[in-house]
Ligand binder design. Structure first.
Ligand code: NAD
Length: 367
């Protein structure tokens, strides 16, 4: 039957799922399709050794299904390592819904997605990501308990962005401690790229400490707003990557440390909130180390958000959330020192901590 429908000789030679470059021994991948609501989603469960796979749902108009699959595979893997390094009893998962969140997202579609999440019996727990709002998570909560990031009135832990920003600030301070011998950021020139939910809160911490903050964003209105609030300087030059500064904090897009920018960057430290900052983890991580630029790994220092939603599952409050997030300082400093001692990149040193924790737990579970 299949061969009548598909001319198999025209299919890409790589195996469609397990053969993808970003496939990393993921435990389970669930393809969700509902004709009535138009839902097309993929749930990626990377690893559940430490606990249920928790990670947000992203709604995005992908160019094709390969892109969506690649994204969910990559992001769910990242969640495994983020939670493992943060010391949380959580595995890594993520979901993507294919479509335009502005025009195609309906309450019915969100509830149907919730039913798919529920069918996994708690092996995957969802949360917000790009294209999702707290109100969407509330709709998912109507059909399944396996969701976080819901409204505070329904038991949610609230907006994670200020917590994420605080963790990034802690990671940045740890990198400064290593590089300058002091974690005081007063008078340090810091570029904050992207002054959205996390970036603005980071600007607030930095200006409170007396840092000289330079902001850049594609949204001019936001720039004026943040400048007026905190007195930050708006970057007006041609190429932000060439600016002579102490610290670069990417808080907008991933892959901004790439073949082009790596030779332009003129900073001592890179520490920001964006996911997947290194276009190539191995290659660019190594070049940064060779150039003496201290890189505070993104998935280590942006874990505040996941620490915040974990509170909903464990029932701990704001004090414990802040304590765990503050600890990002110690973890980052330890990672940077380890990397230097062992001659590896900070990215590899972080991965090693995560993998070690997972391996240890696997052994315990097998006893
Ligand atoms: P956001 O959408 O609120 O803000 C992103 C900002 O970046 C916006 O102001 C946008 O205009 C700007 N931007 C987009 N493209 C840009 C470009 N080319 N140059 C400069 N600015 C640009 O997002 P957010 O919640 O603040 O998250 C920021 C980053 O941190 C994202 O990469 C996100 O994945 C990551 N992150 C966020 C959290 C969280 O708790 N929100 C947790 C972990 C990681």
């Amino acid at each position: 039957m299949t061969s009548e429908l598909i001319n198999t000789k025209d299919l890409p030679k790589v195996d469609p799922v397990f053969g993808q470059l970003s496939f990393d021994n993921h435990e389970q991948i669930v393809f969700c399709n509902d004709k009535d609501t138009g839902l097309k989603a993929i749930i990626g469960i990377h690893n559940t050794v430490l606990g249920p796979a928790l990670g947000g749902t992203r709604m995005w108009q992908y160019d094709n299904e390969w892109e969506a699959l690649n994204d969910v595979l990559r992001l769910s893997r990242g969640m495994t390592f983020k939670s493992a390094v943060a010391g949380l009893n959580l595995g890594g998962g993520k979901a993507v819904i294919i479509g335009d969140a502005k025009t195609q997202k309906t309450p019915e579609l969100m509830k149907k997605f919730g039913e798919y999440v529920h069918s996994l019996s708690g092996k995957y727990i969802t949360a917000e990501d790009i294209g999702m709002e707290t109100s969407d998570m509330d709709l998912v909560r109507d059909v399944t308990p396996y969701v976080t990031g819901i409204s505070e009135s329904r038991g949610g832990a609230g907006n994670p962005s200020p917590i994420t920003a605080y963790g990034v600030f802690m990671g940045m301070k740890a990198a400064a401690k290593y590089k300058y011998g002091s974690d005081v950021l007063e008078d340090k020139k810091v570029i904050v790229q992207g002054i959205g939910h996390v970036g603005e809160s980071l600007v607030e911490h930095l200006t409170n400490e007396g840092a000289k903050v330079i902001i850049t964003d594609i949204n001019q209105a936001r720039l004026e707003e943040v400048k007026a609030k905190y007195g930050a300087e708006i970057y007006t030059g041609e190429n932000i990557y060439t600016l002579d500064a102490d610290i670069y904090a990417p808080c907008a897009l991933g892959a901004t440390v790439n073949d082009t920018t790596i030779n332009q960057l003129n900073v001592d430290i890179i520490a920001g909130a964006a996911n997947n900052q290194l276009a190539d983890e191995q290659v660019h991580g190594k070049i940064l180390a060779e150039k003496g630029i201290v890189y505070a790994p993104d998935f280590v220092i942006n874990a505040g958000g996941i620490i915040n939603v974990y509170a909903e599952l464990e029932g701990y409050g704001k004090t414990e959330i802040m304590r765990k997030t503050e600890n990002i300082y110690n973890t980052t400093l330890e990672i940077i020192k380890n990397a230097a001692t062992n001659g590896v990149t900070t990215h590899s040193a972080s991965l090693a901590i995560a993998k070690n924790r997972i391996d240890e737990r696997k052994k315990e579970n097998q006893k």
